[in-house]
Design a protein around this ligand. Structure first.
Ligand code: PNW
Length: 504
């Protein structure tokens, strides 16, 4: 018996090494594996409040950091904003009708903090609560499960005026806001996601300044805002456990973004560099929350060393107290990942001249020119990266249910006959199926396409379109239409997999 187990383990390691860690475009086959996903697999589509709702000052909503940021010159490529966006604040029923047409079983959307608490704290706006009650009831009466993100980047401006994610008081403000959400909506919602992509908030919001609130501090503020986000997430996780879990029985998770990292060459230096890249990218949040209650060791030692050589009295990477570590460790019921693309990574000792998160990891990354492009500069089409990522997660952070809470592709055209997007979904979904059926990753429980609608793509405005459905942004009625990719997705969802008669 023991012998059999050992053989199985060896086979498993071999399998992961062949299919997982070493997989590159050279190994990738675009043959379709025909087969079904598990019966209870969740199929969804996703959006976020600021990107679709509009109604920026409707019914007592307060201002958030994106309302303010988009008004500044030069922040958004096409000078646009989410003031109207897809007008989902008024037309949410049309969104739900599209979800029904796609035949999905779940809808991931986010709640706008400033609709609920116009000042970020204090007085509650009943009309804001009512909007989400209406949306949730429309979703549920269509037999679709609502999956609710509490924070998808739209911090109330009054909280930013107090320092936003750089001020540790944010932890309490986020907890107070979350208590209202659990109280008001928790009887109808089974899955909550605390934060969407805290790395993007840290790196772009408080690092490069490309995203709201536009603060620059890539060497220090990025780390501080990450630290406060991790603690805020953990507090809210425990709030739910202590006050709501028993009566509501739901789950609380987090959505972390992840790229697959391929060593640029097969030298040991580059293999280690790619692993280091994964640790700085994903492990920054994943390791404290899923594994140890602390940052990855490689991050700790590199940022500590560089900080001290740079003359800082304490490390630019903050530390958790022992109590905080306990609070953070294991503070999630499931892992949400947002996966889009792959990077190639080379080892490069970047020294200590540059005080930056980007230099701290001693890596440079780039993408292969031969990979298919999308409408976004950072997003190349790399289906094998999803399977490798899922295997890497299973090896490094075992035991968690995984939901792919975002996956999708942009184009610039927004055309209805969107063949590139069909290619993307076909092959990414097939790699996900292979990871379940061939690699045995039974922890992969669900998938959400990004996005239901063409929408406001942050600093790229309306120039990059990710929708399964087209939205006419010049039409005051914001008329919407399913694209060819939406119909393709509907077929896979309805067949719960790849069926030779319908999908070839
Ligand atoms: C995510 N990158 O953002 C967000 O969660 C969505 O709101 C967004 O619309 C979607 O992905 C598409 O961009 C990302 O540069 C933005 O690696 C940029 C990156 C990753 C995710």
């Amino acid at each position: 018996m023991l012998f059999k187990k050992q053989i199985m383990f060896l086979l498993f390691v071999l399998c992961v090494n062949i299919n997982g860690i070493s997989g590159t475009v050279e190994d990738y086959t675009d043959d379709i594996l025909y087969g079904s996903f598990p019966e209870d697999f969740i199929w969804g589509a996703a959006t976020a409040a600021y990107q679709i709702e509009g109604g920026w000052n409707a019914d007592g909503k307060g201002e958030n950091i994106w309302d303010v940021f988009t008004r500044k010159d030069g922040t958004i490529i096409d000078g646009s904003s989410g003031e109207i966006a897809c007008d989902s604040y008024n037309k949410y029923k049309e969104d739900v009708a599209l979800l029904v047409k796609l035949n999905v079983t779940a809808y991931r959307f986010s709640i706008s903090w400033s609709r609920i608490l116009p000042n970020g704290f204090g007085e509650i706006n009943p009309l804001g609560i009512q909007y989400y009650k209406n949306l949730i009831s429309e979703v549920k009466s269509s037999n679709i499960e609502p999956v609710v993100t509490l924070y998808h980047w739209d911090l109330p401006q009054p909280l930013e005026d107090l320092g936003g994610w750089l001020n540790p008081d944010i932890i309490t403000y986020f907890k107070d806001y979350s208590r209202i959400i659990f109280t008001e909506f928790g009887d109808d919602v089974n899955k909550f996601i605390t934060l969407n992509e805290p790395r993007q908030t840290s790196v772009k919001g408080y690092g490069t300044g490309e995203f709201a609130p536009g603060v620059q501090g890539i060497g220090d503020k990025s780390y501080i805002s990450a630290h406060n986000q991790i603690l805020a997430h953990a507090k809210v996780y425990h709030l739910y456990q202590n006050e709501f879990k028993e009566s509501q029985g739901g789950q609380v998770g987090i959505s972390l973004n992840i790229h697959w990292a391929e060593p640029a060459t097969d030298t040991t230096e580059d293999i280690l560099a790619a692993e280091r890249y994964m640790q700085f990218y994903f492990g920054w949040f994943g390791t404290p929350i899923l594994l140890t209650g602390d940052y990855p060791e490689i991050m700790r030692s590199l940022v500590d060393d560089k900080s001290s050589q740079q003359g800082f009295l304490t490390s630019r990477l903050p530390s958790f107290t022992p109590q905080e570590s306990l609070l953070v460790k294991g503070s999630t019921d499931f892992l949400g990942i947002n996966f889009y693309t792959t990077d190639k990574v080379s080892n490069l000792d970047e020294g200590v001249d540059e005080i930056s998160y980007f230099a701290d990891d001693n890596n440079i990354q780039f993408q292969d020119e031969d990979w298919y492009n999308s409408g976004s500069s950072w997003l190349k089409i790399t289906p094998w990266g999803l399977r490798n990522t899922l295997n890497w997660l299973n090896q490094n952070y075992p035991g968690y249910d995984i939901y792919i809470t975002e996956n999708g592709v942009s184009d610039k055209q927004g055309n209805l006959d969107d063949l590139t997007r069909i290619y993307y979904y076909k092959h990414y979904l097939n790699q996900m199926l292979r990871s379940i059926l061939e690699d045995g990753l039974t922890t992969v429980k669900g998938y959400f396409a990004w996005s239901l609608l063409d929408n406001f793509e942050w600093s790229s405005g309306y120039t990059e379109k990710f929708g399964l459905c087209y939205v006419n942004m010049t039409d005051p009625e914001r008329r919407k239409e399913i694209k060819a990719s939406g119909r393709f997705y509907q077929k896979i969802v309805s067949a719960n997999g790849f069926n030779v008669e319908t999908i070839c």
